[in-house]
Design a protein. Structure first.
Length: 490
């Protein structure tokens, strides 16, 4: 095994260009090792909180900085990313500190009752706490991202005619892709009204961040409220029947291969009918009177008088509004596609037998009734799926690019590491050959004595032997001249 001294001697014998090359290779190898190790051990980041308000994001970032936790901000500072293994622990830690609190503070405002609070300040703090608590409750709904509430509580009056009722306004920010149903809006209205003393549902107004009015009139005699109820019921019936038909077609044709639109006509008239039915064929005994008279001449005489009355049945029928009087349905069914030899797609319409089966399926799903005058139209047409195909191609392209990027990074790192190892192996082989040559040269400088021990040879003989080895490749004339010069030396 080569010693440090031998390696140093070999390094000193190398020319400057080889020393520079070896140094560059070693530095590159160290850099590759550091890059591969850091790439393999890099931290994956997960979402700590998303869609944060600016004040909440600032407080969370300050808390992470104080704890020395690495983080990243995306989506304009609304999303905070932290190392994935620390996500749940940090959420619990921030929750114990009351973060995030975009809806404002709740009853914790009343925990620190400061000395010198006036009656006005106490009422104001209580109203702020109540608004914050109700907003937090509303934000627990899946579709609600943020809520803000303003409550107006008038001062009590000594006169009943001057008494004013409390009012409340609610601002709702809905999550992306979500929609609040009318039932959910009415639930929010009832929740706010039940949480404030003396507040009536009719005094609660709910709007969204677009300024659209979500709540509707709560009056029993309001024509607008009745119309909204009728429209909502009609829309619910139409959407429910359309979902039934589309779900049945999706099981047969696949997703996004059929479109169903239904128009329903509902009867909203409230009818009450009272009927009296007389059954003269089955009279009912109303009263019966019996008299008995006894005389010595005729004995006992019995007379009876029976009064009959025709039976009567009274029926009181109330027709519930909202029954379906007529349906009109339009269904569009996509055909099949075949791949051409050039790589394109050719539309193939469905045959009449398939269309008849699909029509029968749709009639059964929506409760088609010819006696009501229902209408159904089923058309087989080619769907325009250009956007879908473009989206699929982009997704496939992104997936291929990510796969190539991952595999390419690993492959390049492996090739660089292998190349560096091969270069080092060649350098090591050259070093071993140099050490062997140095050892052979050192053996030339030793000779064995009679006892078999090595001892240093004559320096003059060693020098002459080296010169002879170096001149072994020279022409004979040059060698002869050198030998003659040696012979002439004293």
């Amino acid at each position: 095994m080569p010693t440090l001294e031998q390696v140093r001697r070999i390094w000193q014998r190398l020319p400057g260009s080889q020393r520079l090359f070896i140094g560059v290779v070693l530095v590159a190898l160290v850099g590759i090792i550091i890059f591969v190790s850091s790439w393999a051990s890099r931290d994956e980041y997960g979402v700590l909180y998303a869609n944060l308000a600016p004040e909440d994001a600032g407080e969370i970032v300050d808390r992470l900085n104080s704890q020395g936790v690495a983080y990243k901000l995306t989506q304009g500072g609304q999303t905070v990313l932290v190392p994935r293994p620390e996500v749940y622990e940090l959420r619990l830690s921030l929750a114990s500190a009351g973060l995030p609190q975009a809806s404002g503070q709740g009853y914790e405002l009343l925990d620190s009752n400061k000395m010198g609070w006036t009656d006005f300040v106490q009422k104001l703090q209580f109203r702020r706490a109540l608004e914050g608590e109700i907003a937090r409750t509303i934000q627990t709904l899946d579709a609600v991202q943020q809520a803000r509430i303003h409550i107006v509580m008038p001062e009590p009056s000594l006169f009943v005619e001057e008494e004013r009722l409390p009012t409340a306004s609610v601002m709702i920010k809905v999550r992306a892709g979500e929609r609040l149903a009318d039932a959910e809006v009415q639930g929010i209205v009832r929740l706010v009204a039940a949480g404030v003393e003396g507040l009536q549902p009719a005094q609660v107004t709910v709007i969204d961040t677009s300024g659209r009015l979500l709540s509707r009139s709560q009056g029993q005699d309001s024509l607008l409220g009745v119309t909204n109820d009728q429209l909502e019921l009609t829309r619910t019936v139409e959407e429910g029947l359309a979902r039934k038909a589309e779900s049945a077609l999706q099981e047969v044709l696949g997703p996004r291969r059929a479109v169903v639109r239904i128009s329903a006509v509902l009867d909203f008239e409230r009818a009450e009918t009272t009927r009296e039915i007389f059954d003269h064929q089955n009279p009912v005994v109303r009263s019966e009177q019996r008299n008995e008279q006894t005389s010595s001449e005729s004995g006992t005489t019995e007379t009876s008088t029976t009064n009959y009355e025709i039976s009567k049945t009274i029926e009181h029928i109330v027709d519930t509004p909202g029954s379906i009087t007529r349906l009109s349905a339009a269904v569009f069914v996509d055909g099949t596609y075949e791949t051409t030899p050039e790589g394109g797609r050719t539309y193939v319409p469905r045959d009449s037998e398939q269309m008849q089966k699909l029509t029968a399926l749709i009639k059964t799903a929506i409760g088609f009734d010819t006696q009501r005058g229902d209408e159904l139209t089923v058309e087989n047409i080619a769907f325009n799926d250009t956007d879908t195909q473009r989206t699929v191609q982009e997704l496939e392209k992104n997936e291929r690019f990510e796969m190539i990027q991952k595999v390419g990074g690993v492959a390049v790192s492996a090739v660089l590491a292998l190349g560096a190892l091969l270069v080092l192996w060649r350098l090591f082989s050259r070093a071993r050959a140099g050490l062997a040559q140095a050892g052979q040269s050192s053996r030339f400088e030793l000779e064995e004595d009679g006892a078999g021990l090595n001892k240093p040879r004559d320096p003059q003989a060693v020098r002459i032997e080296r010169q002879l080895r170096q001149m072994s490749h020279q022409p004979p004339e040059v060698i002869a001249s050198v030998v003659r010069a040696w012979l002439q030396e004293p």
